[in-house]
Design a protein around this ligand. Sequence first.
Ligand SMILES: Cc1cc2nc3c(=O)[nH]c(=O)nc-3n(C[C@H](O)[C@H](O)[C@H](O)COP(=O)(O)O)c2cc1C
Length: 190
Amino acid sequence: MNLGTLGLIGSAAGGVEKLRTRLVEPAMDRGWRVAVTLTPTAGTWLDATGERQRIEQATGLPCRVNPRMPGETSPHPPIDCYLVCPASANTVAKLALGLSDNQALTTVCEAIGARQVPVVAFPRINAAHTRQPAWNGHIEALHRAGVHLLMDDDYWPLHEPRTAPGKDLPWKKILDALENITKFGSSESV
Ligand SMILES: Cc1cc2nc3c(=O)[nH]c(=O)nc-3n(C[C@H](O)[C@H](O)[C@H](O)COP(=O)(O)O)c2cc1C
């Protein structure tokens, strides 16, 4: 089955080290073509382990971190659905405010405003992030903009900082949600 092209944005949060094995390759097995963009910090992390190169080998596309030069064309094909996963608290806040100071944010901020394809995000956060005074406003802004946030207890029960080392992301539920959203325009638990 051909599900189209998934624009996968990874930021510097737990689980990004497993992006290829738990999200990119399973998404490709389900029928997505996957184009990956990383925030600069996530890019540094995955460069250090060789994962960025392995993502490129798996997807057959450049794993973007830096913006293109003005005279260059985009190295990624047109995107049918964006998934920001894992989304750090920092990346969530910047998306809500429309801050586009790296390639990953530039891409998703434009998609949020364009409203042509679904934008889905899995905030990989802890309870302290949600008590930051600006957090609720960011989440409301993203909801109002039509972003599908996968963040109730079914997806990610909150933990206090440094109390859940190795807590795994609900990879399969995230991939299932993507299919629901792209097929039916909604997800049962967003
Ligand atoms: C080892 C490590 C793990 C981290 N895990 C998380 C996380 O799970 N969620 C989060 O919001 N921030 C986490 N952070 C903090 C972010 O990496 C930091 O806020 C960074 O500036 C995010 O940048 P980005 O959003 O541009 O990728 C972690 C930092 C380190 C060093």
